[in-house]
Design a protein around this ligand. Structure first.
Ligand SMILES: [Zn+2]
Length: 246
């Protein structure tokens, strides 16, 4: 009976993981993770112990997080950006106004981002030109902002990374390598300051815990008590932030 097979369907597990998942039991011989429509399903043999399933998830959690985020980034969202002409900037949704001018210039006001593009740029080149200029703009701002914040939190947490790389990632906001180099996605400049700070603290805490274990989250909470709010902001707005991906 189907109902017997899916005994633990929607049995959400507590806090250890960043994602909700369900366990689907059947006559299969091994564990398998399925990620579809932003949900995680663990296919497991009938009597496979939950503790071992959790252990398996713990090992795979970075991979799962990556897959979940990749699924959020789709070409449909890029279309959305092109049509709406709205863009996030430091957490505020602003109207992108494109004007023809003799020289390139980008100006930010309370309500909008005015992008003046040179007359020599053809209609055909326009869209990729705009994306390139916005990319450069965020990259430039990130280079002014991230090192200072990283230095501040590095001092507060007494954790020193071996280096900082600022670049664009398709499906992640930051990372921390085994050789202690922290990388930050410059598109984070679209997010409010408290979210940027959270990502920096998150990556710094990986210098102590190279995983997302309970101890890791306890360390994040100690240094950044509002981390849930920041995570929530990223979850809700990720598609907007990812919208200028090529
Ligand atoms: Zn992490």
């Amino acid at each position: 009976m189907l109902i017997k097979k899916i005994t633990e369907l929607f049995a959400h597990q507590p806090a250890v993981f960043d994602f909700d998942y369900c366990i689907v039991r059947s006559k299969r011989k091994s564990l398998c993770i399925q990620i579809k429509d932003s949900s995680v399903r663990i296919l497991a043999p009938q009597r496979f112990p939950v503790a071992q399933i959790n252990q398996f998830l713990l090992q795979k959690q970075d991979w799962i997080a990556k897959k979940l985020q990749q699924q959020q980034v789709s070409t449909a969202q890029l279309q959305h950006f092109k049509q709406s002409g709205k863009i996030f900037c430091n957490g505020q949704l602003k109207t992108l106004v494109v004007q023809r001018a003799s020289l390139y210039q980008i100006t930010e006001t309370d309500q909008q981002i005015l992008l003046q593009i040179p007359n020599r740029i053809s209609e055909l080149q326009q869209s990729s030109y705009i994306k390139r200029k916005l990319d450069n703009w965020f990259n430039h701002r990130a280079k002014l902002h991230f090192p200072e914040r990283l230095a501040l939190f590095s001092y507060q947490l007494e954790l020193a990374p071996a280096g900082l790389i600022i670049k664009k990632y398709r499906a992640r906001w930051g990372s921390c390598s085994s050789d202690r180099v922290i990388s930050l996605n410059y598109l984070l400049m679209m997010a409010p300051d408290f979210v940027i700070d959270y990502v920096i603290v998150h990556e710094l805490c990986h210098l102590t815990h190279m995983n997302h274990s309970a101890s890791f989250w306890a360390l994040v909470a100690r240094h950044y008590p509002d981390y849930r709010q920041a995570k929530h902001w990223l979850k809700v707005n990720s598609h907007q932030l990812q919208a200028i991906h090529h």
